[in-house]
Ligand binder design. Structure first.
Ligand code: ADP
Length: 833
C-alpha cells in the first residue's frame, strides 16, 4: 500500500510541475527561485526576519566565507500581540518592520546595505526570489489586504516607513526551504527537506527545466511541494479510516489538507482520541469508566502521545494521561493505548516516508542517476526527541526507494539560520553572475559587431579579387579553374585523394546512372610526418595509394585522379597548384612554393609507381560545392567547418583579376580562414583567443579560423574555464592540473555538452574524465561557456557567409538571390546547434 501511495505522490508531483496541469494540482510544487545551496564561500552581514506562530524573530548573521564554520549570530524574539494575526495586513507588516528597527537599534550596525531574508511560512506564488504573492493564509493568520499581494513589497514599504533605507529585502522563503538550507552546511549540500510540525511540507532541489511554472531552464531550483494537500482530490480515500474522517469533519477546514491530517502533530492526538472513543463504545477499553471526556476535542496532546509511545516510561505516562482525564485505566487499557499511539505515529512516519521516497525517486530519475546520494534535512517535533519516528522514516524510505541513499539530518537552529543561508547564497550568485558576465562579455557579439565583420569580409573579398590589391588582402580569393558546377549527367570511374585535415583518405568513386558508388579507406598520417619533410609526407601518400590500389585490384588500371588538397594554393591550372602556406597543424618542409601535383609525381617516381594521372587539384570547399551541386544545381557555395574553416563560391570572371577572360564564372577559393591576419579583426579577438593563437604552430595566422573551427573551439573553452577557476567562479577555485594540458578539452565535448535536454549528467561525466569534480552549478557554467564560444563561432561564420551571398546577389543584379550552400565538416555536422 505504501508503494501505491508513493506512486500516487509521484503522479501528484508531476501534475504540479507541469504547466498544463498545474492549475488543478493538489500538490502544487511551487517554484521558490532558490537555485543553489550554500558552498561555504558565502560571506558578509545578513539580517533575517522570521514570522512565527506567535512571535517575530530577528537575527543578525555574519558569515566569514570560511565554509560557514564559525558564523556570528545574534537574535531577538518579539512576541506578537494576539489581534495582529487577524487584523489589517498593514499593521502586521508595520509591526515586523518595528521589530527590525528595534533590533538594529540594539546593534551598532553600520549603515551599508544590509540584505534581509524573510521567512514567511505560507504558500506563495514566486516569480523571483524577491517577488512572491501570498496564495492564502493558514495557521490562524487572516490579515486583510494581503492575499494576492507581493509580500516582499509589503515588507519593504513597511521597512522604508521606519526609515531603514539601507535594509534591502532580497529573499523570501517558507520554513521548509529554510530547513533545507539550515542542514546544508557541513560541506555537504542538503537537497531535500521535510517539515512535520503542526503542519507538514517538503521541498527539494529539482531540475529547473522540469519546473515548468518557472522560466528558468538550466540548473536546479528548489520546489516547495506543498504536499499537505496531497489527497484533497480523493486519491487517499482508500487509506482513510473512520477515525480520520471524524478528525477531518471536526477540523476547521474539512476535506482539505488530507495528507497533513494523517501526519502532522496537530492531528495525531485527535486520531488517537477517536480510536479510543470507538473502542470504548465497543466496551473494548475503559470498562466502568465514564468516557464522556473523550468526546472533547483536543484533550489528548501530541506531547502525551509521544511520551506514551516511549517503551520504558510509556506505560506509566499512559496511566498518568488517562487518569488526568478522569478515566480509570486497567493495566491492559494502558497497554492498548500505548499500542494505539504507536500505530498512529508509525503510520504518520510511514506515510512521510512514502512521500519522501517519491521525492527521492523523482530526483534520481530526473538527474538520470543510477544511485542518488543525498542529505535530507528534517524539522519535526515528532523526529527530534523521539527516535521511533526517525527510525521508521529512515527504514521505510530505504524500502520504498532502494535506489536512493538518504541521510536524515535534524535541523539545528530552526529556519532562521537557513534563511540567512538563502540570502547569502542569493548574494553570492548575484555577485558571481556579474563576474561571469564580465569574463564572457568580450565573447558576446552584438548585431552591429557582426555587421561590421560582414562589411570587413566584403572589403577583404574585393581586395583579394583585385589584381593589384590582392597582396594586401587577408582573404586570398584564389582562382580554382573550376568554371562550372555539375549538371548530374557526369559519369565515369575516378581515383580520389583527400588530404587536408584530420584524416587522409583514398577513394574509388564510380558515377553511374544509378547513382554514385564509393569505396574508401582512411589512412592515419602521424604528426611526425605532417610536421616532418615534404618528401616523407608525399612518399607516405604514395604508399597509401599503392596499398589502396592493391586492395581494390586497381594496379593494372590508370584511372583519372582528383586530388582534394585543402590548403591555400595558387592554382595555375586545374592540375597545377602551388602551395602558399600550410595550415591546420601541417608544416612539412620543402613544400611551400612548390606545385603539389609535381611533388606527388616525384614521390610516385621514387616509389616506382607509374600509373598516376592527376587531372584536377581541388580544395575541399570546391569538392563540397561540386558534390552538393551534383544533386542541387542551385549549389554555388561550398563551406567547410571542420578542423579548419573555409569557403568558396562562383564569382563572375570579370571580377577575377588574376585570370584573363571576362566571360562566365569561376569558383573562387576564398581561404577565409586567414581573414583578419592583417589586423582588421583585432578588436574582436579576446585574451582567450590570443592565448590560443600564441600556442599554435602558426601564431598570428588564420585568425578567423581560430575563432570558428574544430581545432580551436575546445582550446578557447579550456582557457575560459581556467580563467573562471582562477577567479574562484568554477570548481570552487580548486586548481585543475589536467585542465592545464593543451588540447585536453576537445571540441567534440562542446557538442556533447550543448545537446539540449538534461545533458548535465553527461557534462559531469566529461568533466569527471578530466578529473574535475563538478557540482551541478559548475556543469551549468561549463555549458554556458561552451554555448558562448559555439554561438560566437557560428555567428562569425554566418557574418562571412552573409558577405558572400550579398556579393553574389549584387554581381547578378538581383533583388533576391536563391542559392544553396554545400556544407561539410564534422563540427558543422555534429554540433547540435
Ligand atoms: P577535416 O576538417 O579535418 O577534414 P572533419 O570535418 O572531420 O575533418 O573535422 C574534424 C574536426 O572536427 C576535429 O578536428 C574536431 O575538432 C572536430 N570534431 C570532431 N568531432 C566533433 C564533434 N562531435 N562535434 C564537434 N566537432 C567535432
Amino acid at each position: 500500500m505504501l508503494q501505491v501511495v508513493k506512486g500516487r505522490m509521484l503522479q501528484a508531483m508531476h501534475k504540479g510541475l507541469s504547466r498544463q496541469t498545474h492549475a488543478q494540482a493538489n500538490v502544487r510544487m511551487l517554484p521558490t527561485y532558490i537555485c543553489s545551496t550554500p558552498d561555504g564561500t558565502e560571506k558578509g552581514d545578513l539580517l533575517v526576519v522570521e514570522l512565527c506562530q506567535s512571535h517575530v524573530r530577528t537575527m543578525w548573521v555574519t558569515l566569514l566565507g570560511d565554509g560557514n564554520q564559525s558564523p556570528q549570530v545574534m537574535y531577538k524574539i518579539f512576541s506578537m500581540p494576539g489581534d495582529i494575526m487577524q487584523g489589517k495586513g498593514e499593521a502586521l507588516f508595520d509591526f515586523i518592520a518595528q521589530c527590525v528597527r528595534q533590533f538594529l537599534a540594539g546593534i551598532s550596525s553600520p549603515q551599508h546595505r544590509l540584505p534581509l531574508g524573510f521567512v514567511f511560512p505560507f504558500s506563495c506564488r514566486h516569480t523571483r526570489l524577491d517577488k512572491a504573492e501570498l496564495i492564502s493564509w493558514s495557521k490562524g493568520f487572516s490579515c486583510s489586504d494581503v492575499e494576492g499581494k507581493d509580500i516582499v513589497q509589503l515588507l519593504q514599504s513597511a521597512i522604508n516607513k521606519q526609515e531603514l533605507y539601507h535594509v534591502d529585502v532580497v529573499a523570501l522563503m517558507n520554513d521548509t526551504v529554510g530547513t533545507m538550507m539550515t542542514c546544508s552546511m557541513a560541506g555537504k549540500p542538503c537537497e531535500v527537506a521535510l517539515v512535520v510540525g503542526t503542519g507538514t511540507n517538503s521541498c527539494f532541489m529539482a531540475m529547473a527545466q522540469q519546473v515548468e511554472m518557472a522560466e528558468e531552464t538550466s540548473g536546479q531550483m528548489c520546489v516547495s511541494t506543498e504536499w499537505g494537500c496531497f489527497g484533497d482530490d480523493g486519491t487517499l480515500s482508500d487509506i482513510l479510516t473512520p477515525y480520520d474522517q471524524c478528525v477531518d469533519e471536526e477540523s476547521s477546514n474539512p476535506g482539505e489538507k488530507r495528507f497533513e491530517k494523517l501526519v502532522s502533530s496537530l492531528y495525531l492526538g485527535e486520531i488517537v482520541r477517536h480510536v479510543l472513543t470507538a473502542l470504548a463504545a465497543e466496551k473494548a477499553l475503559f470498562i466502568g469508566s465514564n468516557v464522556a471526556v473523550l468526546r472533547t476535542k483536543g484533550v489528548l496532546k501530541i506531547q502525551q502521545v509521544l511520551e506514551i509511545i516511549d517503551n520504558e516510561e510509556g506505560m506509566a505516562e499512559a496511566r498518568r494521561a488517562l487518569e488526568a482525564l478522569g478515566l480509570r485505566p486497567s493495566e491492559r487499557d494502558c497497554c492498548r493505548v500505548q499500542q494505539i499511539c504507536q500505530a498512529v505515529v508509525s503510520r504518520a512516519a510511514t506515510l512521510c516516508a512514502a512521500g519522501l521516497a517519491a521525492i527521492l525517486s523523482h530526483m534520481c530519475q530526473s538527474q538520470e542517476l543510477k544511485r542518488l546520494v543525498v542529505n535530507v534535512g528534517v524539522d519535526s517535533e515528532l523526529y527530534r526527541g523521539h527516535t521511533r519516528f526517525g527510525e521508521i522514516l529512515q527504514s521505510v524510505t530505504e524500502l520504498l526507494a532502494p535506489e536512493c541513499m538518504a541521510t536524515l539530518l535534524p535541523s539545528i537552529d530552526g529556519t532562521g539560520w537557513g534563511a540567512a543561508m538563502v540570502t547569502a547564497v542569493a548574494l553570492r550568485l548575484a555577485a558571481q553572475r556579474h563576474e561571469v558576465d564580465q569574463v564572457l562579455a568580450p565573447l558576446r557579439l552584438s548585431r552591429a559587431d557582426l555587421q561590421r565583420v560582414q562589411a570587413l569580409m566584403r572589403q577583404e573579398m574585393e581586395l583579394g579579387l583585385g589584381w593589384e590589391s590582392n597582396a594586401n588582402a587577408s582573404v586570398r580569393m584564389l582562382p580554382t579553374y573550376v568554371c562550372s558546377t555539375p549538371n548530374g549527367t557526369e559519369r565515369g570511374e575516378f581515383l580520389v585523394l583527400d588530404l587536408g585535415g584530420t584524416n587522409f583518405r583514398v577513394l574509388l568513386v564510380r558515377m553511374a546512372k544509378d547513382g554514385i558508388h564509393m569505396a574508401s579507406k582512411i589512412y592515419v598520417i602521424p604528426t611526425t610526418i605532417t610536421q616532418g619533410t615534404g618528401e616523407v609526407l608525399f612518399d607516405h601518400i604514395i604508399e597509401c595509394i599503392m596499398d589502396f590500389q592493391l586492395k581494390h585490384n586497381l594496379t593494372e588500371q590508370v584511372l583519372p585522379l582528383g586530388f582534394t588538397f585543402s590548403f591555400p594554393c595558387q592554382q595555375l591550372g586545374l592540375d597545377k597548384a602551388v602551395l602558399l602556406s600550410w595550415t591546420k597543424g601541417f608544416s612539412a618542409s620543402g613544400c611551400v612554393g612548390q606545385d603539389v601535383v609535381q611533388l606527388l609525381q616525384e614521390a610516385a617516381q621514387r616509389k616506382q609507381h607509374l600509373g598516376l594521372k592527376v587531372v584536377a587539384v581541388v580544395n575541399d570547399t570546391v569538392g563540397t560545392m561540386m558534390s552538393c551541386g551534383y544533386d542541387d544545381p542551385k549549389c554555388e557555395i561550398g563551406l567547410i567547418v571542420g578542423t579548419g574553416t573555409n569557403a568558396c563560391y562562383m564569382e563572375e570572371m570579370q571580377n577575377v583579376g588574376a585570370v584573363e577572360g571576362e566571360q562566365g564564372r569561376m569558383c573562387i577559393n576564398m581561404e577565409w580562414g586567414a581573414f583578419g591576419d592583417n589586423g582588421c579583426l583585432d578588436d574582436i579577438f579576446t585574451d582567450f583567443d590570443r592565448l590560443v593563437d600564441e600556442k599554435t604552430i602558426n601564431a598570428g595566422k588564420q585568425r578567423f579560423e581560430k575563432l570558428i573551427s574544430g581545432m580551436y573551439l575546445g582550446e578557447i573553452v579550456r582557457h575560459i574555464l581556467l580563467a573562471l577557476v582562477e577567479k574562484q567562479l568554477l570548481f570552487r577555485g580548486k586548481p585543475c592540473p589536467k585542465l592545464q594540458i593543451k588540447g585536453i578539452f576537445q571540441t567534440k565535448f562542446l557538442s556533447a555538452i550543448e545537446i539540449d535536454g538534461l545533458a548535465l549528467r553527461q557534462v559531469r561525466a566529461i568533466l569527471q574524465d578530466l578529473e574535475l569534480q563538478a557540482s551541478l552549478e559548475d556543469s551549468v557554467l561549463v555549458r554556458e561557456v561552451c554555448q558562448t564560444v559555439s554561438l560566437r563561432a557560428a555567428q562569425l561564420c554566418a557574418a562571412g557567409l552573409a558577405a558572400v551571398v550579398e556579393k553574389m546577389r549584387e554581381n547578378r543584379g538581383l533583388a533576391q538571390l536563391a542559392v544553396t550552400v554545400g556544407v561539410d565538416g564534422t563540427l558543422y555536422k555534429m554540433h547540435p546547434w
